[in-house]
Each structure stands twice: as C-alpha cells, then as structure tokens.
Design a binder for this molecule. Structure first.
Ligand SMILES: [Zn+2]
Ligand SMILES: [Zn+2]
Length: 162
C-alpha cells in the first residue's frame, strides 16, 4: 500500500501534477491492478478508502490524468471507455465473449507515404474477436442448433427478423 502510494506520488510529480489524496489513490489502484479498467472499476477498487472518494471525483481525476499524459483513454464501444497506463503507441484486442482486453503491437503501415504531410495526434487500433480461451470453448461445445441447421440457418434467421 505504502509503496504503491509513493510510486503514484512520484509519477504525478514527474508529470507536473499536484499529488492530492484522490489522485494518489486513483493512480495507486491503477498501478496495483494494471490492465484496462473502466472508471467504474476504478471506483469500485476505491470503495474501502476513507475518507471516501465520490464517483464524480474518480471520473474527474481519471480525465485529469489523461489530460496530463499519464493515462491513455480509449473507447471499446459507444458506452464503454477504458483507461490505460501504457501510453506509448499500441493497439488492443477485445474478446467479444469474455471482455478480455490485450495489448497488441501497432501496424507498421502507419508510416505510409499516403499520410505524408498529415500530422497524426492519436490512433485507435482495435481488433475484436474471441480470445484463445473462449475460442476453445466454442470449438468444444456442442452447438446442435447451429450445426444441424447450418445450410438454411441464415435464411431462417433473416425470415425471423420481421
Ligand atoms: Zn474471451
Ligand atoms: Zn493497452
């Protein structure tokens, strides 16, 4: 706990941010958990903190850390925003079944001559699919309704829409 706090404090100071109690707590939890949390997840990690930190404060603090280049923010879909400690250029793979988010390398083609003269300020590289664990489950689980009616399955679905 103490170590985490001093690591958070150092990072804040390095980025020219005043290390307030809230900022140290929010960043400390993100350092401890890692990954790509939502603001609500960060808020839930802080539920035991005394004095308590309001949900709005957590949101504001996260935005503040993004504005100062300490965190990266990206959207998985219209409703879900994730925060990322890793701020160097990288992309994400998202498992549409279990929600796992993995860091992936960025495609080298971004240095394309077609982009000469353009200044890129940020780039979102997001792949969706199923992770190895979920993929295995799909392969192994018997899905009789899908496989048995494969030939006319699509027609049946389309007809069922209206
Ligand atoms: Zn998965
Ligand atoms: Zn990431």
């Amino acid at each position: 706990m103490r170590q985490r706090q001093s690591a958070a404090q150092d990072m804040l100071k390095k980025h020219g941010i005043k290390p307030s109690f809230q900022r140290m707590q929010v960043l400390g939890e993100i350092l401890a958990h890692g990954g790509h949390p939502t603001a609500d997840e960060v808020y839930s990690w802080l539920s035991d903190i005394r004095p308590p930190i309001a949900r709005a404060t957590v949101y504001n603090t996260l935005n503040h850390l993004v504005d100062h280049g300490l965190l990266e923010r990206f959207t998985l879909n219209r409703l879900e925003t994730r925060y990322d400690l890793r701020i160097e250029k990288h992309g994400h793979f998202v498992c549409t079944r279990c929600g796992l988010v993995e860091d992936i390398p960025f495609p080298a083609e971004l240095d394309s001559p077609r982009l000469e003269g353009y200044q890129i300020e940020r780039a979102d590289w997001l792949l969706r699919g199923s992770c190895p664990g979920c993929h295995e489950q799909i392969d192994n689980s018997p899905t009789p309704d899908r496989q048995a009616s494969a030939p006319d399955g699509d027609e049946g679905q389309a007809a069922g829409v209206n």
